[in-house]
Each structure stands twice: as C-alpha cells, then as structure tokens.
Design a protein around this ligand. Structure first.
Ligand code: MRU
Length: 343
C-alpha cells in the first residue's frame, strides 16, 4: 500500500486525502479550521465512522490552536453528520480534556493535540487487533462479501472489515473479496476496489443487486461489514444496503459478521429504533456524475444508512474480542474491557 494515510496531522493543519476524487486522482486537502473539517465530513471528502471521529478530534485541536471558542467548535463539528457515533465519541473525549482546563492557551492546544493523536493511533491499533481477532473465523480459502468501504480510507489506517480481509490475506489465507459497488456514492466500487488493487488482494466488484445471485452461484463463505453505530442490543447501523445483505445471507445460511472498534458501540442507545439515520441530497441518486439518470420531477428518498437487526448478526468482531449473542450481555463486557485497557 502507498505510504500515505487518509488523515495526517501536520501540527498546524490536517491533511486529508479527498475521497471524492478516488480513484481518478489523489488530491490532498489542507484544513486549518473546525469549519473546514466539518465541511470535509459533511461533503464526504473524509468518510467512514472512525475516520470522521479522528478528523473531528483534530478539528478541535485546530480550534484550540487558533484560540477559538471550543464549545462553539464542538457544536459545529457535532452537526456535520448524525449517524456514526464515533464522531460524538471522539468529541466527547476531546471535551473531557478542554472542559474545565486550567492551563494557558498553548497548554490547552498541546493537551488537545495529544488527545487527538492518541485517538488516531488507538484506531490503527484497534483495526490491526480486529483483523487478528477475526482470523479464526476465516476459512483458509474464503470467498468474502463486503459492503461499502471500511478500509484504510474509512479509518485512520488498516480498516475494520476490509482490515480483516487484508490481515487474512497477509496471513496466507486464499481470500477473494466480492465488493458491493454501494450505490449511490459507490464507496465499494471506487474506494474498496482501489484499496484491494493497491494491496494486491484478489477481488471482484459487483452491483448491489447481484449479492443474492453471487451467494447462490459462488458459495460465499462469509459476509463482513463495518458499522456506524451499534446499539446496546446489537442492532447495527451501517451503509444503506447492509440490511438487505444480512437478509440474503440468512436465507443462504451464510455467517454475517460486523467488524468495528468498541468506539462504535453506543450502549446509551438501547436499540436500532433510536439510531438517527442520515438522509442525504436527492442529487446523489438522480445523477451519476454530471448525468441525470432519474426523470426530472420524480421524488427520491435517499437514506445513507439502514439498521440490521441483531438477530441477523452472527457476531461482532472488536479490538478486544468477539461478541456473540446475546449482545445485551456480550457488548457491555467488551466495552468495559476496552475502557480498562485504555486507563
Ligand atoms: O457514508 P459513509 O461512506 O461514511 O458510510 C461508511 C460506512 O457505512 C462504513 O461501513 C462504516 O462507517 C464503517 S467504516 C470502518
């Protein structure tokens, strides 16, 4: 893989690989204010739950560096996208540092910079641990179906569900990834295929509607997806189309795994019903690039995420272990284990 990270802190600015331009071009954005970071998250220049959490943390460091009102910066960043809980988790961590801080401006900036760097480095370590924890679940020869993009681009590095595929490949397993294209933003076709190509991992891109057919025709061994928010009962919000995939997997008797760091588990949200689902602009559906593909005047509904009910999920792989049902018991135990390891 090339030596860039999707998110790099440069001391006075955050450098992001603009994911809207992949695979046509590798363009880096230089962000210097919390407003610029919030806009990069909103417009999906940076995307993927862990990546937006880390980006927002650096947004707070930028605010402190400029001597800005931190409560205001915090609100601007919180308003950027609603579903991925990692955004709020990271901003809560930053808030625990700045709220009631007693040092001068420089000391406050250094403390927030250090916390943002910790969040970023912990994410990389968590992703590697997720990949290793999942190894026993992956057959030595495995056809794996994946949705959206959950790789290095969606995280600080390595990735969650794609990280599992990568680590299995590096461990010598013969993996073949079937990548859902993931309409309407095409994260699977554009970003996951880009990453798999760079890593030299065998893969095939399919349209979202082909997944049932591919399960039947090729005998998929497992489905692995990421998550934007996992409720206390295991219900999981992830990219739109994940729920359909889980239903198709159940019908075909295929294990369905969710891979996510414990920062994606939201024990305060009891079930999927309470997870806010982002709705995005109709133009994402009505247009492919500059070409209109839906007749003028036809109404569009464009939810960015759906919720897969816990009963369709075989297991949830985290950095501190694998949660199996009943998730109401296994998830709090893993969150406590992660908090203990952090303290
Ligand atoms: O709208 P996106 O592209 O930010 O959605 C991303 C996803 O749904 C990912 O699967 C999820 O954030 C996990 S990324 C490790």
């Amino acid at each position: 893989m090339s030596t860039f990270r999707s998110i790099e802190w440069k001391g006075d600015r955050l450098v992001l690989l603009d994911q809207r331009r992949i695979p046509e071009a590798k363009v880096f954005l230089e962000l210097r204010t919390p407003e610029e970071v919030a806009e990069a998250i909103r417009s999906m220049a940076v995307r993927g739950a862990p990546a937006i959490g880390a980006a927002a943390a650096f947004g707070m460091a930028l605010a402190a560096r400029a001597g800005r009102d931190l409560a205001e910066a915090d609100q601007i960043l919180r308003a950027s996208r609603p579903t991925a809980v990692n955004l709020f988790w990271a901003l809560d961590r930053m808030k625990r540092v700045w709220e009631g801080f007693s040092g001068d401006r420089e000391a406050l900036f250094l403390a927030l910079e250090a916390e943002a760097l910790r969040i970023a480095e912990e994410d990389v370590a968590a992703n590697k641990a997720i990949g290793h924890n999942a190894l026993p679940l992956i057959p030595d020869e495995a056809r794996i179906l994946h949705h959206c993009n959950t790789g290095s681009l969606a995280t600080v590095d390595y990735g969650t569900a794609l990280g599992i595929i990568r680590i299995a490949h590096e461990a010598g397993k013969k993996v073949h990834a079937f990548l859902d294209e993931t309409r309407p933003r095409l994260q699977g076709a554009r970003l996951s295929a880009f990453e798999m190509r760079e890593l030299g991992i065998p893969h095939t891109v399919i349209v979202d509607g082909a997944s049932g057919h591919v399960m039947k025709k090729f005998g998929i061994d497992l489905v692995v997806v990421g998550a934007d928010r996992i409720a206390a009962n295991g219900d999981t919000a992830n990219k739109i189309g994940t729920y359909n995939l889980a239903i198709a997997a159940r019908y075909h008797g295929i294990p369905f795994y969710v891979a996510a760091p414990t920062s994606t588990i939201d024990l305060k949200t009891p079930s999927g019903e309470a997870i806010p689902i982002e709705e995005r602009a109709p133009e994402e559906v009505t247009h492919c690039g500059d070409t209109r593909v839906v007749p003028e005047g036809s109404p569009v509904y464009n939810p960015a995420f759906d919720v897969t009910p816990a009963e369709l999920i075989t297991a949830i792989v985290t950095e501190v272990g694998i949660a199996y049902p009943p998730f109401l018991e296994s998830l709090p135990a893993l969150v406590a284990k992660a908090e203990e390891a952090r303290s």
